[in-house]
Write a protein that binds this ligand. Structure first.
Ligand code: SAM
Length: 304
């Protein structure tokens, strides 16, 4: 493998994955940090109609994706054999000037070293199955998967994929069924774009400034507060004064307070989890008290 991470996506709509070639992901491809293979599930369909679905056992509406098509497809993608070996990798959509970048192998080596800090005792690729019936996809999972060598995505359509496919796939993959949220999409492709973007930006070397993801929402368990740029006054609205004070300690405290404030207003359970994990200090509690909110809740009714 040339790149530090290889992503493979199996779908009946390969063109849906084209956005993976753009912007930061395209740049990661160009630098050799990332390889992306997109595979058309119909290449494994065996009948004259290239069918990939059939009616559900037990009756009911809709169609279910067939195990006899998904099984061989995932076997080949795991081993990079059959049609999976022939499929070309995505090219970056907008190649940059190579002379300005380090060679892909250098970047890949740096990544491998960083990733080596996390001991991997299971070298099966991760098979990520987007489904509303999965556990929630979180930043924590994105971080775990950012150090994997191979991620394979299975895009469901219709009523989803025959469950036996994933039971069987456990022999070759670490299978992870994940949901983007409590709503139902038409297919898994959009979920793959979301998950791939969240994971790839955490691979060392992908973002120019590493600190930019270290300060993101969820990295410290809270939501990030508001951001501002120039001009200082826009449509009579002024940037908060502290941000132009040049006092870094004050700026840091203000940002932390804003983060606590926003999290408490829209996701109070995240503040509660931080408190339970012992991650709030005296100053945080003082801020929360100022916001007239209790921090140590004994009665759920007192939370807000
Ligand atoms: N019958 C399924 C159910 O109720 O759980 C819904 C199938 S949905 C119409 C078709 C495909 O869209 C799923 O197989 C999955 O790949 C994708 N999908 C839909 N909602 C999703 C969500 N919230 N998170 C992740 N993937 C989703």
């Amino acid at each position: 493998m040339i790149g530090a991470m290889r992503i493979d996506v199996v779908t009946i709509f390969p063109e849906y994955l084209d956005p993976l070639r753009h912007a930061l992901l395209g740049r990661a491809i160009e630098r050799g940090i990332l390889e992306v293979g997109v595979h058309n599930l119909r290449d494994w369909a065996y009948d004259v109609h290239k069918a990939v679905d059939d009616t559900p056992f037990g009756g009911g509406p809709g169609m279910v994706m067939k195990p006899e098509v998904w099984g061989p497809a995932l076997d080949d993608v795991a081993a990079l054999t059959g049609p999976a070996a022939a499929d070309t990798l995505l090219d970056s959509a907008s190649p940059h000037v190579r002379s300005g970048l380090r060679a892909g192998k250098d970047a890949a080596q740096e990544t491998t070293q960083d990733a080596a800090g996390e001991p991997q005792d299971d070298d099966r690729p991760v098979l990520i199955v987007p489904t509303p019936a999965g556990r929630p996809f979180t930043q924590e999972l994105a971080q775990q998967w950012a150090s994997a060598e191979r991620l394979v995505f299975a895009c469901g359509r219709y009523e989803g994929i025959d469950q036996r496919v994933f039971t069987d796939a456990e022999q070759r993959y670490r299978v992870e069924e994940v949901s983007l949220g409590d709503y139902v999409l038409i297919g898994g492709e959009v979920a793959v774009l979301v998950i791939a973007e969240a994971v790839v930006r955490l691979i060392p070397g992908v973002l120019g400034n590493r600190a930019s993801h270290e300060e993101d929402s969820f990295q410290d368990g809270l939501l990030e507060g508001p951001s501002y740029t120039k001009p200082r006054v826009w449509r009579a609205l002024e940037v908060p004064e502290v941000l132009t004070s040049g006092n870094h300690a004050k700026v840091d405290r203000w940002r932390r307070d804003q983060s606590l404030h926003r999290t408490l207003s829209v996701r109070p359970e995240l503040v509660e989890a931080q408190e339970a994990a012992g991650q709030l200090d005296k100053k945080d509690r003082a801020t929360l008290r100022d916001l007239d909110k209790a921090v140590t809740w004994t009665d759920p009714a007192q939370k807000r």
